[in-house]
Design a protein around this ligand. Structure first.
Ligand code: ADP
Ligand code: MG
Length: 473
């Protein structure tokens, strides 16, 4: 990775570093810095290439994935069986499941804001790359504000240095805010608010503020509160969740997916109270659990998937699945020296480069890769193994990009993870809306395992539609 310090080449023109940083800041691509000041978000300077067919195919799979998550969430018996082994060692998931079972959401309507993340993988047998799902996020799907900002940032840079192809329009914030407005109207209390559940140490706060501002434009006020505050101050009034005298029509979680968010009993009280009220929570606990990695692994089994969707949808979704296994699962090794059947656990120890090991956690930074994974696998007791799933390691298409992070530019080979936002509003089989809501691209240098923007390795990016040849360098 070269490290030009003053300028970089994008298309045919050299960008000046100050201009690029100014543009990023002016477009609101910002995050809280260590010193509680503000710095620009890590971004790329050129949009990621994608062919139009693949771009459309990714968008078209959003609604079926939303519907699948909704139908899985409606099946508490399935969720209980799916997570039965995980909960023996994972206290956080155990308590969530217990809450979902003892206090199934008091609100029959479900509002989901999802993001399904994919890599593109080259396939010599096909005209188009394979679309391979990394995971479906059903709670706190972030960057719906900054994703549109980076597309506008790229638009500004492209006006200075035009490049081939068309920037793919992207405004998840507008679509999601409209969905909020529709759901808010459905709740039917004009003087209510949206309660945004936040983490006190959140750095990606401006992404959330953008949503707050977009909702204000719809005349919807937002209250921000941590679970502890909700536990201490929110009450149930005629079934409504009420904080500071105001009804929360919608409770939108940007927290609550990690054990640190629910460390105290008062935080659990808040989670239970939200679920017991008529507030429309995004997500309710069952939907949160339907996005767990264990459920994702089970849905890769053809019969399990078909219990929840039509054959047509099943084939469409399956086309995006990477292999997922329990550690005990017998698999046929591709290794000539171990031709006989062995457990996925053994195969992963022999071939750590072929897998990613995932514990039941969300939020980035928990997975195991390579030799570190093999060492970790070797130490796990059989009981502990149940809390993990193994996933085939996806080898994404590489391209080249200039990245800006911490005021410095670097240029080199990168891979891009493309997420599609989706919104769904449904009650049982009755669907108010279910649609794609735009995209998020996070681009990382090829030597980074994980691509989280908040955790440091990922750069916000956007998409440029190209011909197939130039999209697959
Ligand atoms: P989390 O809930 O922590 O976000 P993910 O499943 O999204 O968990 O994994 C985090 C990151 O790890 C992804 O964003 C991606 O960069 C990388 N990753 C996850 N699964 C795979 C895979 N099967 N192959 C390659 N990289 C992966
Ligand atoms: Mg993820």
């Amino acid at each position: 990775m070269s490290n030009p310090s003053l300028s970089t080449r994008s298309g045919s023109t050299v960008h000046d570093l100050d201009t690029v940083v100014d543009f990023a800041l002016t477009h609101g691509l910002i995050k809280r810095a260590d010193d509680s000041g503000v710095s620009h978000s890590p971004v790329t300077l050129q949009p990621c290439p994608i062919d139009a067919w693949t771009c459309a195919a990714m968008r078209d799979v959003t609604a079926p994935f939303n519907r699948l998550a909704h139908d899985v969430a409606n099946d508490l018996v399935f969720l209980r069986e799916a997570l039965a082994h995980v909960v023996t060692t994972d206290e956080f998931t155990r308590r969530l499941l217990e809450l979902a079972q003892t206090r199934a959401s008091a609100q029959p309507w479900r509002f989901a804001i999802t993001r399904s993340d994919y890599f593109l993988q080259a396939d010599s047998a096909r005209e188009h790359p394979l679309i391979r799902q990394v995971e479906l996020n059903t709670i706190a799907a972030s960057y719906l504000g900054l994703a549109g900002a980076v597309t506008r940032f790229h638009q500004s840079l492209l006006s200075l240095a035009p490049t081939r192809g068309r920037l793919v329009p992207n405004d998840p914030l507008a679509t999601v805010a409209r969905a909020f407005a529709d759901v808010f109207a459905h709740y039917g209390h004009d003087d209510a608010c949206v309660l945004m559940v936040v983490q006190p140490d959140e750095r990606n706060v401006f992404d959330q503020r953008l949503l707050e501002i977009a909702l204000a434009a719809h005349g919807i006020p937002v209250e921000r509160a941590a679970l502890e505050t909700i536990g201490e101050h929110a009450v149930l009034r005629d079934g409504h969740l009420t904080l500071n005298g105001r009804i929360a029509a919608i409770t939108y979680f940007r927290a609550g997916y990690r054990p640190q968010d629910l460390q105290t009993e008062i935080a659990w009280t808040a989670r239970a109270r939200i679920e017991a009220s008529s507030t429309i929570s995004v997500p309710d606990i069952a939907l949160q659990l339907s996005g767990t990695k264990k459920v994702q692994q089970l849905l890769t089994k053809p019969a399990v998937l078909r219990a929840f969707c039509t054959e047509d949808d099943a084939q469409m979704l399956e086309a995006t699945f990477a292999g997922m296994f329990t550690l005990e699962q017998p698999i046929q090794s591709q290794d000539p020296e171990h031709r006989d059947t062995q457990s996925a656990w053994q195969d992963a120890i022999h071939h750590p480069d072929r897998y990613v090991l995932k514990p039941q956690r969300e939020g980035g930074g928990f997975n195991f890769y390579g030799d570190h994974m093999a060492q970790h696998l070797a130490r796990l007791t059989p009981e502990q193994r149940d809390a993990y799933v193994l996933m085939e390691r996806i080898r994404p298409i590489q391209h080249t990009a200039t990245c800006l992070a911490d005021g410095r530019l670097s240029h080199g080979p990168v891979v891009s993870e493309i997420g599609r936002f989706g919104v769904l509003f449904a009650r049982g089989d009755e669907v108010g809306f279910n649609r794609d809501a735009g995209y998020l691209v996070r681009t990382k240098h090829t030597d980074a395992n994980e691509g989280g923007v908040s955790s440091g390795a990922g750069h916000l990016d956007s998409l440029r539609e190209t011909t197939i040849d130039s999209a697959n360098p």
